[in-house]
Design a protein around this ligand. Structure first.
Ligand code: HEC
Ligand code: HEC
Ligand code: HEC
Length: 444
């Protein structure tokens, strides 16, 4: 009898152990970011096609400063390494995570507070492996598992660009992580599991344009860092590649080929317009972190490079999401229950309709169209609420501006107008509460 119990316990232990290993293995042994593509990736040196790395052919003859600036824009290092209203690349931008806040460091060449004393090897180690000059490890809030695919030449071109900037003296702020998250050595284990530490490998069976797009999207543009969901260990879940995730409180939508929840029915022209200008007719505007990616990175790229990104994006397999089909430019049946919302209605009539039109079609500017737009058709409502809170951010010369109402309205009022907008113009009403708005204020 005793023996039987021991045997049963042993069997149970084996099953539990195997299950735990299985789950861990499932998370650790991920397909690569472009394993979906037919063909066998080869090392860059063995690839016969035109170089997928570096600057596009038009700029091959440009001076090194210009090439460095282009590669830095491709990788969009500036967005994260600049505080709101702060000097470019001087760091200090806060990222609020569930276990504390982390601040980006100063990347200007100031020798004391920036990276002015760093060698090429130290810089490569940081960007490819997430290892600091003192041997400690960075948190993956610095997306080095994507940047590890950048070629050495491109990383060093970025370094040269950074070293050409005026040094800014601004001390780095330590993160506020508590135990055990403040144990940087744990990140050594994390990166051993989740950072392949491998440069981009082109796929000869795919077109040169596709390979350039793969490099721009996966290595430089790190689109998946925002658009791919994460597993329990905070690594990108490549099995749901581009299936949608959250970035600083904003919803980074499904950009796989799914026709309902994703971008499967966007035309190549619409995608190119959205990525290069932040707006595609009838598809809405790029706001929040996506607005920054357009402003600082994508809008700086050549037409051919945007075309390559679109070619690659269109090849990413569909991931089924749970977003409803878009209600279209003239929603036939506004959600009547959601419209029984006098506070939301009053605010929309008083403060939104002048620019967005009573029909949601946009009054003065086509960018202000609310119908047919993903954010308005997202029953989560976060991006609409964040637009009301912050508006379109600092005014820029090439984009129309929307003011923020975060100081003018209470959390209740912002929830009400968001729920009204999604009910009236979207596929399904959001059900945000004042507490949700408070949480969005915290996250952003
Ligand atoms: C998504 C935000 C994000 C982007 C994009 C980003 N970084 Fe960072 N970076 C961080 C964070 C956060 C840290 C701090 C990590 C830590 O403290 O563990 C960091 C740290 C660094 C460091 C270490 C500096 C030091 O003083 O120790 C370097 C170097 C760096 N980043 C370079 C880059 C370069 C080059 C790019 C573009 C190719 C880039 N970063 C893009 C968030 C980002
Ligand atoms: C820092 C996070 C971040 C990065 C990096 C990022 N995105 Fe986004 N993206 C977002 C967010 C957030 C939205 C939603 C914006 C909105 O609602 O206005 C979005 C929206 C989009 C949309 C529109 C989707 C829709 O249904 O309306 C496309 C297309 C897109 N991103 C493509 C890309 C591509 C391609 C890249 C890489 C080159 C990229 N994004 C990089 C955060 C990001
Ligand atoms: C002064 C004019 C103005 C007012 C007032 C205004 N908006 Fe906007 N709104 C705009 C413009 C212009 C855009 C496009 C911004 C851009 O191009 O980045 C926009 C964008 C938006 C978006 C994003 C649409 C998308 O494509 O993703 C939402 C949601 C939105 N506004 C909701 C509201 C609500 C709700 C109110 C009232 C509380 C409001 N707006 C008040 C001008 C305005």
């Amino acid at each position: 009898m005793k023996r039987k119990v021991v045997l049963c316990l042993a069997a149970l232990a084996v099953i539990v152990g195997a299950a735990a290993l299985g789950v861990t293995g499932w998370m650790v042994f991920q397909p690569g970011p472009y394993a979906f593509a037919t063909g066998k990736p080869v090392p860059l040196s063995a690839y016969q096609g035109p170089a997928p790395t570096g600057v596009p052919v038009e700029l091959a003859g440009a001076d090194p400063a210009m090439r460095g600036a282009y590669v830095a824009a491709m990788a969009d290092c500036q967005a994260c390494h600049t505080a709101p209203g702060g000097k470019p690349f001087a760091g200090g931008r806060a990222f609020v995570l569930p276990f504390g806040t982390i601040y980006t460091p100063n990347l200007t060449p100031d020798p004391e507070t920036g990276i002015g004393n760093w060698t090429d090897a130290q810089f490569l180690n940081a960007v490819h492996r997430g290892v600091a000059p003192d041997g400690s490890h960075y948190y993956p809030a610095f997306p080095y598992p994507s940047y590890t695919m950048l070629s050495d030449e491109d990383v060093l071109a970025i370094k040269a660009h950074l070293f050409s900037l005026l040094p800014v003296k601004q001390a780095n702020r330590p993160n506020t992580f508590g135990f055990p998250y403040n144990q940087r050595w744990l990140m050594a284990i994390w990166s051993a599991l989740f950072n392949p530490d491998e440069r981009f490998r082109p796929v000869p069976e795919q077109s040169p344009e596709w390979n350039r797009g793969a490099y721009l999207v996966e290595a430089a543009g790190h689109c998946g860092e925002c658009h791919t969901p994460r597993n329990l260990m905070q690594a990108l879940d490549q099995r749901a590649k581009f299936g949608g995730a959250t970035a600083e409180g904003w919803t980074a939508y499904n950009i796989s080929a799914d026709k309902v929840s994703g971008i499967g029915d966007w035309s190549a022209e619409e995608l190119a317009a959205y990525l290069s200008t932040g707006h595609a007719h009838g598809r809405g505007v790029a706001s929040g972190p996506m607005g920054e990616a357009v402003e600082l990175s994508l809008s700086q790229l050549t037409k051919a490079d945007i075309g390559a990104i679109v070619t690659y994006l269109k090849s990413v397999p569909a991931v089924k999401g749970d977003l409803p089909a878009l209600a279209g430019p003239a929603p036939a049946t506004p959600q009547l229950a959601g419209l029984d919302n006098p506070v939301g209605k009053r605010i929309f009539e008083g403060n939104c309709a002048s620019c967005h039109a009573w029909t949601g079609a946009g009054a003065a500017r086509e960018e202000a169209q609310l119908t047919g737009v993903r954010a308005v058709n997202d029953p989560g409502g976060a991006n609409v609420a964040l637009m009301v809170l912050h508006g379109s951010g600092a005014p820029t010369p090439h984009r129309p501006h929307m003011p923020g109402f975060g100081n003018a309205y209470s959390n209740d009022e912002i929830a009400a107008v968001t729920n009204y907008v999604t009910a009236r113009f979207g596929a399904r009403s959001s059900t945000l509460t004042a507490a949700d708005i408070a949480a969005l204020r915290e996250a952003n």
